[in-house]
Design a protein around this ligand. Structure first.
Ligand SMILES: [Zn+2]
Length: 92
């Protein structure tokens, strides 16, 4: 599997995690009233789930696929922004 494919899988996983976190907070608010604790748990959970984002790097120059300069975006680069390597190819 290519680096891009793995990163894209992570992006999809994070989308699911975000949906679950939002639903979790909404359900807690609905049944138990406003809760900063529920919100905090959801945020910490998302940060923990997103830790592996930092492991999706370009195999040639090490640039992270989710970084565009100083910005972080939720979808990975198909082509490395630094060295131009095609990350969607299986063999690099
Ligand atoms: Zn690169």
């Amino acid at each position: 599997m290519s680096v891009y494919e793995r990163a894209r899988r992570h992006a999809r996983f994070m989308l699911g995690a975000l949906t679950i976190a939002v639903l979790f907070v909404v359900v807690i608010e609905r049944y138990f009233g406003h809760s900063s604790v529920a919100f905090g748990v959801a945020i910490v959970g998302l940060i923990a789930a997103n830790r592996s984002m930092l492991t999706h790097n370009c195999p040639r120059c090490g640039k992270n696929l989710f970084f565009r300069g100083i910005f972080v975006v939720p979808w990975p680069n198909r082509t490395c922004g630094r060295c131009g390597l095609h990350l969607a190819l299986d063999r690099v």
